[in-house]
Every structure is written in structure tokens, then in C-alpha cells.
Design a protein around this ligand. Structure first.
Ligand code: HEC
Length: 287
């Protein structure tokens, strides 16, 4: 009996080892925060826009976890031939830890490969999916702005400035980060045609401070910030072809003034209910 048990235990061990070996690390599912925020520039074994995950894993073993997080939030300028990496201030620290774990796991036993001479920028799969959130440098907004590319028929993009904690403008058409990447960071991304400008902030008084950004499972962002001492959340999504901004604060919204219709291509409809303000932008009938 005793010997038999030992045998099955050994067999169990072999089976376990086999099934673990039959899942190549590269088939691990990446965390959503990686797919949305990093994949466009970092792939597993090839330098695309930024260094490969294999190179990153070599630079950042477990004991360098804290400096990895610090780099993501406040990237330096290291490699002369590459553009500057945009700061990932909008990614929650918890998600950065998850991304770190993923990078350590997925690169186990993987070697770097040299690019095949194909256009390295064309390899980025995260570039056209909608909804998506992209951190880059855009015209007419602060240096820490985020593009929220929405899945409307006209491919609307909300440009949200994390310095002043507000929507700056909405454009339509595919965004293009290439000018920024190719120019080594000296040019700005193209954001399509601007169709709505928000000339003044919604919250009229109080100092604002950006706290972070969470993504829903579908990839819609919720920005978190404070106005005065009040915490506000602002979710950007779509419904029935319209762009929907759902702004909430507890226990009540700080003083606000609604954006006015200025004959832009997008018509504004706003309503408040208690602690919630909903602003919709719809394509006007005359356009
Ligand atoms: C728009 C492109 C872009 C995106 C998006 C991006 N990176 Fe980078 N990343 C770069 C570039 C370019 C470099 C190289 C910068 C340099 O060497 O000056 C880099 C370098 C790095 C490094 C190496 C740091 C070092 O010490 O050499 C790490 C780690 C890193 N990125 C992590 C991330 C993570 C995690 C994300 C997502 C949360 C991310 N990056 C998103 C472009 C990007």
C-alpha cells in the first residue's frame, strides 16, 4: 500500500510538470491594463517602439520591482535612438504590479529576436482597437493628456487633460501616434479633425488634482480626481451613437457650469440627478 501511494505521488508530480511545460509562457493572457497601455509599444521578444519585454525583464528582476513602478509613472530618457516613453500616471499602481508579474512570467525562457526589417511601428496591434486609451502628446492640451478613442461610427476621440482634470476637445477620425514616435518625441500625435472644443472647465472653482484612471472590462476609462476636497469620478463611454460623460461626486457635485452648445458639429444634452451629471454629445442633424 505504502509503495503504491509513493508511486502515484511520483506520477502526479510528473503529470504536473508535463502540463506546466505544455503551456508556453507566451500564451499567458496579458492583464487588460497591459493590453491597453503598453502593448502598442512593447512586445514580448522584439523591440518595437520601446524595448522588448525580455529586455525589460532582464533590467528589472523581482528585487527591482519598485524601480519598475517608478519608471512607469515617471519615465526617464535612456536610449538615444528611441522617443521618450509617456508617463503612465493614469494606470493604477495595483495594475502596474500585475503588469510587472506578467512581464516576469511571460518572458521565462524567451530569447530576444532581431526585427525582420519590417516597419517596427506597423507591428503594434493595440493601435486601432476601440475603445482604447492612449497616453501620448497631443496638440492644444496639456503634456499629460490621454486620448480616449471611442467606437462611434465616426471614430470620435475624447482628449482628456490629466493636468487640469478636464475634457479639452473631441475629434473624429483615426488617431496617429507615428509623428510623435518617428520624430523621437519632437512632434505631436495627430488626432483627427476637431469637432468640439470645451472652452472652460465644468467645475468653476476649487483646485483640481488627478488621482488615477480605471478601465472597465470593455476598455472605457473612469478618471478620478478631486475638486476642492471632493472626489469626482468621470466615466467616458458611448450609448446609442452618442458620447456619454457620467460625472459623479459624493456627497454632492462641486459648483459647475454646463458646457453650452456653440454650433459645433456635436450637440450637447445635459441632465443632473442628485450627485450625478450626465453630458451627452450627439452628432447634429444638420451635419
Ligand atoms: C508610446 C509608447 C510606449 C508605451 C505606450 C509604453 N512604453 Fe515603455 N517604453 C517606451 C520607450 C520608447 C522606452 C525607451 C525609453 C528610453 O530608453 O529612453 C520604454 C521603456 C520602458 C521600460 C524600460 C526602462 C529602463 O529602465 O530601460 C519599461 C520598464 C517600460 N517601458 C514599461 C512600460 C509599461 C509597463 C508600459 C505600460 C504601462 C509602457 N512601458 C508603455 C515606449 C512606451
Amino acid at each position: 500500500m505504502h509503495r503504491f501511494r509513493n508511486k502515484t505521488q511520483r506520477l502526479g508530480g510528473v503529470l504536473l510538470a508535463l502540463s506546466a511545460a505544455s503551456i508556453p509562457a507566451a500564451e499567458l493572457t496579458p492583464p487588460a491594463a497591459f493590453t491597453t497601455n503598453c502593448l502598442a509599444c512593447h512586445t514580448i521578444d522584439q523591440a518595437v517602439v520601446g524595448p522588448s519585454l525580455v529586455e525589460i525583464a532582464e533590467l528589472y528582476p523581482e528585487r527591482n520591482r519598485a524601480s519598475f513602478i517608478k519608471w512607469c509613472v515617471e519615465p526617464g530618457k535612456k536610449r538615444e535612438h528611441l522617443p521618450q516613453m509617456p508617463a503612465m500616471v493614469h494606470v493604477a499602481e495595483k495594475d502596474l504590479h500585475e503588469i510587472f508579474n506578467y512581464i516576469r512570467e511571460v518572458t521565462k525562457g524567451v530569447k530576444r529576436v532581431r526585427p525582420s526589417g519590417a516597419d517596427p511601428y506597423a507591428l503594434s496591434p493595440g493601435k486601432t482597437r476601440r475603445p482604447r486609451v492612449e497616453r501620448t502628446f497631443v496638440p492644444d492640451s496639456g503634456p499629460a493628456s490621454i486620448i480616449v478613442a471611442l467606437p462611434t461610427a465616426r471614430k470620435h476621440n475624447v482628449i482628456w487633460d490629466t493636468d487640469s482634470c478636464r475634457l479639452r476637445y473631441i475629434s473624429e477620425g483615426e488617431t496617429d501616434n507615428w509623428p510623435y514616435l518617428r520624430s523621437n518625441g519632437n512632434a505631436l500625435a495627430k488626432v483627427g479633425e476637431v469637432c468640439y472644443v470645451e472652452h472652460s472647465p465644468i467645475f468653476v472653482a476649487g483646485k483640481t488634482q488627478f488621482k488615477g484612471c480605471h478601465l472597465s472590462d470593455e476598455g472605457y476609462p473612469t478618471f478620478v480626481y478631486t475638486v476642492g476636497g471632493t472626489t469626482v469620478t468621470e466615466t467616458i463611454s458611448t450609448a446609442g451613437g452618442a458620447i456619454v460623460r457620467t460625472i459623479k461626486a459624493s456627497p454632492r457635485l462641486p459648483g459647475f457650469s454646463l458646457p453650452r452648445d456653440q454650433g459645433d458639429k456635436l450637440k450637447i444634452a445635459a441632465e443632473t440627478a442628485g450627485d450625478t451629471l450626465i453630458i451627452q454629445h450627439r452628432i447634429g442633424s444638420g451635419t
